[in-house]
Design a protein around this ligand. Structure first.
Ligand SMILES: *[C@@H]1O[C@H](CO)[C@@H](O)[C@H](O)[C@H]1NC(C)=O
Length: 258
């Protein structure tokens, strides 16, 4: 369920890719392999898509210069999900979350609207596999849920749309962007999960609960949507905020003519 971090990180790459191929000034600290895209170019979106595709192989190994961790696999140390409303009462922690399948994505759309400081990315992942240590305590559709162990989740056909909106501000005489809004929307076609060691290792109860979760994945996924969306936004923000704090707007997305 924690796969979406990647999506936003991928988005960042889109943003990070509008850079000079050869740094002109000593102050440009962006990696030299990035293709420059100019914010006032009519081909901005084509350029951004192209540089994204060029970056794709590097992306999977991570780009420390841009605060992007390795993505194949992507490892998230910890994700917490707590909810006390609707049909779900849930307190859960997932540790050492490892996600595979990110490199098999398709980029559906990558758009930059410089006048609004807006960045839009849409991607589809045919198959994502997640494994982690979990700890869950709660109630789902009137049924108690309790467990502590390993969990595996397979997600099929996930399409994720991300939108960032920034605001300009001045720091040390340069223009920077502060991201003031992050929106994440996702759709998926199927979920299959397995939680080991539910109910203190009671196998019969555990299997019944796993069956129940898989049969009802659709309504459960809707129930946890706000929770999952918030978790994703929080995770993504950390990296996005760092990137925009370190690199000025003119470095990330220069103007063609000064
Ligand atoms: C994948 O999901 C999209 C909606 O997000 C849907 O239009 C498409 O038919 C799905 N494809 C498959 C193979 O399930």
């Amino acid at each position: 369920m924690n796969c979406s971090r990647t999506l936003l990180l991928l988005l960042i790459i889109g943003l990070g890719s509008q850079v000079l191929a050869k740094p002109k000034s000593k102050s440009s600290r962006l990696p030299s392999f990035l293709k420059v895209c100019y914010r006032d170019s009519p081909e901005l979106n084509e350029c951004a898509k192209e540089s994204f595709l060029v970056l794709k192989p590097r992306l999977m190994d991570g780009i420390p210069e841009l605060y992007i961790p390795p993505m194949e696999p992507l490892v998230v140390p910890e994700v917490k999900m707590d909810q006390d409303s609707g049909a779900i009462y849930l307190h859960s922690v997932y540790k050492n979350v490892k996600i595979t399948g990110i490199s098999k994505h398709t980029l559906n759309d990558l758009r930059i609207e410089p006048s609004k400081h807006k960045f839009v990315v849409s991607m589809t992942f045919p198959q994502l596999h997640m494994e982690s240590d979990y700890s869950i305590k709660g109630k789902i559709m009137m049924m108690p849920l309790l467990g502590d162990g390993r969990c595996k989740v397979d997600l099929t056909n996930i399409t994720m749309n991300t939108e960032l909106v920034g605001q300009e501000y001045t720091k040390h005489g340069s223009t920077f962007l502060r991201i003031i809004d992050v929106k994440v929307k996702y759709e998926l076609s199927n979920v299959h999960m397995h939680l080991d060691n539910l109910f203190n290792g009671d196998k019969a109860l555990g299997e019944r609960m796993n069956d129940f979760l898989n049969e009802n994945w659709k309504s459960l996924a809707e129930e946890v949507r706000p929770l999952l969306t918030k978790a994703l936004v929080d995770i993504l923000r950390a990296s996005i905020d760092k990137l925009f704090e370190v690199f000025s707007y003119d470095e990330l997305l220069p103007k063609m003519k000064e």
